[in-house]
Design a protein around this ligand. Structure first.
Ligand code: ATP
Length: 390
């Protein structure tokens, strides 16, 4: 298999648009790399440059130490699986899978063996004589994978290969692709805008925005230690809650003040804010919905200075958990803090927050409840740079 190296890669389209900017990434042999990010962030463009379907405007792309910038797509030893996997409708599954090998004049017995092996791996052996019209979406997708596998490429590129499948099939295929990665021991680069897909499949995830890499990390690190506000908001579902807060010191302790609440930070977080010169300044506080608790147990274990009282304005049962929605003030005008008149409140900008709590909750629309924010799971971001402070 193969290792890939992308150094200072740029893509500038003829109209002058910079779709990819200073992209740097080292991909090791057998890694499952995910490119994730909102629509238009440059995921497909990067993948197409790796495949050779798009010229690299600047920078250096290497496979196993060899510069590939000007190597023809067919000579790159890369196979690509697209979202529109377009099988040949008049050909059987067997012929669809064998087509590329026939073009390459691979000997017949070799084609037979390769198609046989791939169809075993993909559980397609029973379907080899069918035509695409007689296959389910998932089966067609597997044939498309099969076409790539028989070529035994060094690298697989997959561009949203599951996006045309229904929700159930997507989950099934996700598991299959993961197993396939293990079995083939292949280097895979996979593009998606679905963060669940990214989190479950990738050994490392590359988060992109506006053509720029925001962070490269394992799924766990992306979730626990996002580098900036964008990554924090993009990874995780429901997304992380944010609010503008003021950083205040009281003796040795550091607090975040927001809405009418004050949360005491654990010492290491407080010290980081103090040392960074943030006391007296506005920051953005973030906490994931699943790190907000409502249970009696939580009330007894969490200290008082990490609790907030809110009124629920939305309720959604997920099964074993419930999403509770509520609003918080996103600015802290001193007068309103003092008066708390309804009119004054109504005019202040609010943010919508979500708490993911146990389904045993008795809270419903309109309930006023106390919630505990796990202070160790609070993220703090610089308001100007949007970089993570702690
Ligand atoms: P999606 O998830 O929607 O597929 P993406 O992250 O894969 O998005 P790309 O297809 O890589 O995004 O496109 C990146 C940016 O480059 C987009 O803003 C797109 O409009 C622009 N772009 C793509 N092709 C061209 C082109 N031929 N000329 C000019 N701009 C282009």
């Amino acid at each position: 298999m193969a290792s890939l190296s992308l150094k200072h890669i740029y893509k500038i389209y003829p109209n002058g648009f910079e779709a990819v900017k200073d992209f740097n990434l080292e991909i090791e042999d057998k890694e499952f790399i995910i490119f994730v990010g909102p629509s238009g962030c440059g995921k497909s463009t990067t993948l197409r440059m790796i495949a050779g379907l798009e010229d690299i405007s600047d920078g250096e792309f290497m496979i196993d130490g060899k510069i590939m910038n000007d190597v023809e797509p067919k000579d790159r030893d890369i196979a690509m699986v697209f979202q529109n996997y377009a099988l040949y409708p008049h050909m059987t599954v067997r012929d669809n899978m064998a087509f590329g090998l026939k073009l390459r004049k691979t000997p017949k017995h070799e084609i037979k063996k390769k198609v046989g092996d791939a169809s075993t791996i993909l559980d397609l052996s029973e379907l080899l004589d069918r035509k695409p019209v007689a296959l389910s979406g998932g089966q067609r997708q597997r044939v498309a994978m099969g076409r790539a596998i028989v070529r035994e490429p060094k690298v697989f590129l997959m561009d949203e290969p599951l996006s045309n499948l229904d929700a159930k099939l997507r989950v099934q295929m996700r598991t299959e692709i993961s197993a396939l990665h293990q079995r083939l021991g292949a280097t895979i680069i996979y593009v998606t805008h679905d963060q669940t897909e990214a989190m479950t499949l990738g050994t490392r995830i590359v988060v992109m925005k506006d053509g720029v890499i925001q962070q490269v990390a394992s799924p766990r690190d992306l979730y626990n230690k996002p580098d900036n506000l964008f990554v924090a908001g993009f990874i995780g579902s429901p997304q992380m809650n944010f609010v503008n807060a003021e950083c205040r010191a009281e003796g040795d302790d550091v607090y975040l003040d927001f809405d009418k609440f004050s949360i005491k930070l654990p010492k290491p977080k407080g010290d980081a804010l103090r040392n960074g010169g943030y006391i007296g300044k506005e920051v953005i506080m973030g906490i994931r919905p699943e790190k907000i608790f409502e249970s009696e147990h939580a009330m007894s274990v969490f200290p008082e200075d990490c609790k907030i009282e809110v009124t629920v304005n939305g309720y959604e049962l997920l099964g074993s958990e419930v999403l509770l929605y509520f609003n918080l003030l996103n600015e802290k005008p001193a007068e309103i803090q003092r008066q708390f008149t309804d009119d004054a409140y109504a005019n202040v900008k609010k943010v919508h927050w979500t708490a993911k709590v146990d389904a045993a909750t008795t809270a419903r629309y309109g309930s006023t409840i106390t919630l505990a924010l796990d202070p160790n799971k609070i993220h703090v971001f610089d308001k100007e740079t949007e970089k993570t402070i702690v």
